[in-house]
Write a protein of this length. Structure first.
Lengths: 306, 422
């Protein structure tokens, strides 16, 4: 009896996350998927067909027959979408690499700091989250605009002459700055947790065996921090691909990102079906590599265990 | 464990009579009733093991490792206090002491992980105080083993050789040789987390000797192993050390381990060395109550010096009247002193020993500890202190066994005890 209850309890605990995913991820995704197969219409909602139980079984069947792949075919015909996808992936990739290059020394320094300092440092990394993301991105406009803080500082220290101004805002560079700034904590935290676990005696052992400390970093520290590197890169890359706010506020007209394209389709064109198709493709583009990667990792783990 | 002399360039076996088996006897001596024939001041005859390797008695011999007036401070804490110590080539030297006594700091200074605040360290006559760890010809076996978790057993062992840019073929040969030495050939491709504690310990050992360092440093190498495995590995270590002809410096808090493996032991306390000597000397002639108490079990009977003559000391005690010890001692009459006597050197009997007139005490049996091979009897003397007597259970049946509350007679030979002044 007790065992029976125990099993029910376990089922309940497992059911909670599944239910959550079902209600807040799968159902919305299916709605988006359905819209992506629909056609644009001047109506409310702005697409057909709409399912309604009022027309009975035949009505439902007729509605299903109206669904088509037209929107997906459309996406392949206009190269705007392909370019948006590729450009998004590239910008996300470059941003991730820069975030890693900036985040690694930060995390390393934190992990090596005296232990009574670490909690404070960790706090400082998380502190920006207490201010709205949108406000922080707006703040960057103030810094990067031609007459902004950056220009003033560079003029003061003499790098720019008084009549020169920085031309960063509304360029892809500004987008990189925005993404690296916004996502840095997501890179630093997993890196920190990986580096903090590192046993210091391993580095001593490497040095003892004749390895220069600089080399020991590459053969011991870095390989052992790889799980943190991978986690951090995923946490930055995935949201960066679909980023909308940063390219919209900081980027210029030449900055092409899929998030912006999607927004334009949805709000400017009111073409819900095409924007839904864009969203579905984006999801597939992101999910496939993650699934493949996870499978490879699982296989590697099994190989190690066996 | 070891079958062939592999790396022993100067492989002249130095303890010809002291291979594994006699060493076992040395360990057992801690519990045996073997009595020292030596009179005091002649340490050459102390203990049941005869040693031929004793460069520390040779005034011409130069220490291979020399700590010279070393002081190490961490902030206000003095870890090592103006310490001088010489260790000879091919010696198996133990640093023994409680945690925080500075023994690990001493080891880490030789490895290069700590720099002395004052003083210098000489290795083979050269000052190595400023040489970084990765250029020192010493290797260390870490207490935590510090195996690289992302590398296989073979890669772990090869790590140091790769740093030396040794040709690939030679590395492979050396790794195989090391794997054979520690009997881990089948585990070559395993990762450390797939090994048992004992196997990891062997990998760590193989890795630290793969480069054939001049000195091997061992930081509590057997601490993580269970008792049986630890005892077995102790003998393997000594065999390996002889076979490879290396100098071993080991840090341990386990006195039995130190007794078993060492040529000499240094007992440390609060950053100072209290006594340096061979295990048998340390056991039979401790120079202070601290050492006597730290190494093995001992009875300390407090008293005052009654008379001192050549080779003989008489101590007046409250518990047992006048006690006599054969020892050359410089002491003043009336000075406070302690008679230190090992439990196995105390005889216990129900009848008053007829043959002996000196060193006889009488008391009540307070406690009996039966350990199978031996029994310990705690006898309470009239003045209140307790003396332990250890008896080997050599026969199965005993006519009249000693029991609780029996009135028992304790006695010891004047040769069996030492008088300590501190």
């Amino acid at each position: 009896m007790a065992q029976h209850q125990d099993r029910n309890g376990r089922r309940l605990v497992i059911a909670v996350p599944y239910l959550w995913l079902l209600v807040f991820f799968l159902v919305p995704f299916l709605i988006v998927l359905k819209i992506s197969f629909s056609q644009i219409a001047v109506a409310m909602p702005p697409y057909t067909p709409t399912f309604s139980l009022g027309e009975g079984w035949n009505g439902l069947v007729a509605a299903f027959k109206e669904l088509s792949f037209d929107n997906y075919i459309w996406l392949t015909e206009d190269d705007l979408y392909i370019r948006s996808y590729l450009s998004s992936l590239w910008i996300a990739f470059v941003s991730t690499v820069i975030t890693l290059l900036v985040g690694y020394p930060v995390a390393y320094g934190m992990a090596r700091a005296p232990s009574h300092w670490r909690a404070t440092l960790l706090m400082l990394v998380i502190l920006p989250f207490w201010t709205s993301f949108l406000i922080r991105v707006y703040a960057w406009i103030g810094i990067l605009k031609p007459e902004g803080l950056l220009t003033v500082v560079l003029q003061t220290i003499g790098i720019l002459s008084p009549d020169e101004q920085v031309r960063v805002l509304n360029t892809t560079t500004a987008v990189y700055i925005g993404i690296v700034y916004s996502y840095l904590p997501f890179m630093v935290l997993p890196l920190y947790s990986a580096l903090e676990k590192l046993d210091g005696s391993l580095l001593e052992a490497a040095e003892d065996l004749g390895c220069h400390p600089l080399k020991a970093f590459w053969v011991i520290t870095f390989p052992l921090s790889l799980p943190g590197v991978i986690a951090g890169c995923f946490l930055v890359f995935i949201p960066a691909v679909g980023e909308f706010v940063i390219p919209d506020l900081l980027g210029g007209s030449e900055t092409l990102m899929i998030g912006k394209t999607l927004w334009a389709e949805f709000f400017s064109n009111r073409d819900w079906p095409v924007s839904s198709a864009v969203a579905v493709i984006l999801l597939l583009v992101l999910i496939l590599p993650i699934v493949l990667f996870q499978r490879a990792q699982q296989r590697a783990q099994e190989r190690e265990a066996g | 464990m070891v079958t062939k002399g592999t790396a022993a360039k100067k492989a002249a076996p130095r303890k010809t009579a002291a291979k594994a088996a006699p060493r076992k006897a040395a360990a057992a001596s801690a519990r045996s009733k073997a009595k020292s024939e030596a009179s005091s001041g002649q340490p050459g005859k102390v203990g049941p093991v005869r040693r031929t390797f004793a460069p520390w008695n040779d005034p011409a011999a130069k220490p291979f490792i020399l700590y010279e007036n070393i002081t190490k401070r961490f902030g206000d804490f003095v870890a090592v206090d103006d310490l001088t110590l010489g260790i000879y080539e091919r010696e198996f030297f133990s640093l023994l002491g409680p945690s925080g006594c500075g023994k690990t700091t001493l080891l880490r200074m030789l490895a290069g992980f700590e720099t002395p605040t004052e003083g210098r360290i000489l290795l083979d006559g050269q000052d190595i105080s400023t040489v970084p760890p990765y250029r020192r010809p010493v290797n260390m076996m870490f207490q935590s083993y510090a195996l690289f978790p992302h590398m296989s057993v073979a890669d772990n062992i090869a790590f140091g050789l790769k740093q030396d840019k040794m040709p690939k073929g030679e590395i492979a040969d050396r790794v195989d040789e090391m794997l054979k030495l520690v009997k881990l050939e089948p585990f070559k491709t395993r990762k450390p987390h797939q090994l048992s504690g004992g196997q990891r310990q062997r990998v760590a050992l193989a890795r630290s000797i793969a480069k054939r360092p001049k000195v091997l440093l061992l930081d509590e190498p057997l601490g993580a192993l269970d008792k049986k495995l630890r005892e077995q590995t102790q003998f393997e270590l000594t065999d390996l050390q002889q076979q490879l002809g290396l100098t071993f410096l080991i840090v341990t808090h386990d006195q039995e381990e130190a007794m078993t493996v060492s040529d000499r032991i240094a007992v440390m306390n609060q950053g100072n060395i209290i006594q340096v000597s061979t295990p048998a000397e340390m056991y039979e002639y401790p120079n202070s109550r601290y050492v006597a108490d730290f190494i093995g079990d001992i009875n300390l009977i407090e008293g005052t010096i009654a008379s001192v003559s050549r080779g003989k000391v008489t101590v007046e005690t409250a518990d047992a009247g006048k006690l006599v010890v054969n020892q050359d001692l410089k002491a003043d009459k009336g000075q406070k002193a302690w008679i230190a006597i090992r439990p196995e050197k105390v005889r216990i009997a129900l009848k008053k020993p007829a043959a002996r007139t000196d060193n006889v005490m009488s008391g009540e049996v307070w406690d009996i500890g039966y350990l199978g091979d031996v029994s310990t009897y705690h006898v309470k003397l009239p003045a209140g202190s307790t003396v332990k007597a250890l008896q080997t259970n050599a026969t199965r049946l005993i006519e009249r066994p000693i029991t609780w509350e029996d009135q028992a007679w304790l006695s010891f030979s004047p040769d069996g005890a030492v008088v300590l002044l501190s």
